[in-house]
Design a protein around this ligand. Structure first.
Ligand code: 5GP
Length: 181
């Protein structure tokens, strides 16, 4: 692996959109596909967006030490497969992980040379508007996600870079400045 970049940001901040646009322009970067126990959203594909696992399957992976890191977020579990990261390392590839801030700080401990990037919303009001606007979560799930914003911001103090997502174009340019050096 050339370099490991970890991108985090609160739910609804638009990290998915920014990363997708970045990858379109720089297809030589790889994006890790995580495992999760949360239910599949409409349009999501197993093996592309996530590997959707049952609680049982996820626990098995934990017990077999298959995760480089895993965390509970908003009532569901999410994890990065060790094997995927190790393969990228062997193949000398630049890898992006899109994971929560707890996971990011855990990976930084294991791999101190990794670069942590936090995507910041223009405002908290805008974040809530976006989160509701995508109509992918129940009200209960939205409340849980809003409640996690504070701890995510707290954790982001230890990140290497902060990128404000005011427009996709600006945010992608900022990412390019960080990832292409
Ligand atoms: P979502 O359910 O919206 O797809 O993701 C919820 C949160 O889980 C996001 O902050 C996302 O970055 C994070 N996440 C996704 N995959 C992983 C992972 O493998 N590990 C950790 N720690 N967080 C993840």
């Amino acid at each position: 692996m050339k370099k490991l970049f970890i991108i985090s940001g609160s739910s609804g901040v638009g990290k998915g959109t920014i990363i997708k646009e970045f990858l379109k322009r720089h297809p030589e970067f790889r994006l890790s596909v995580s495992c999760t126990t949360r239910t599949k959203r409409e349009g999501e594909i197993h093996g592309k967006n996530y590997f959707f696992l049952t609680e049982e399957e996820f626990k098995k992976c934990i017990n077999n030490n298959e995760f480089l890191e895993w965390a509970e977020f908003s009532g569901n579990r999410y994890g990065t497969k060790r094997e995927f990261v190790e393969n990228c390392l062997k193949n000398n590839e630049n890898l992006i992980l899109e994971i929560d801030t707890k996971g990011a700080l855990n990976v930084k401990k294991l791999m101190p040379e990794s670069v942590l990037i936090f995507i910041v919303p223009p405002s908290t009001e805008e974040l809530e508007k976006r989160l509701r606007g995508r109509h992918t979560e129940t009200e209960e799930a939205i409340q849980k996600r809003l409640a996690s914003i504070k701890s995510e911001l707290e954790n982001s103090k230890y990140f290497d870079y902060q990128v404000i997502n005011d427009t996709v174009e600006n945010a992608v340019k900022k990412l390019e400045e960080i990832l292409l050096i």
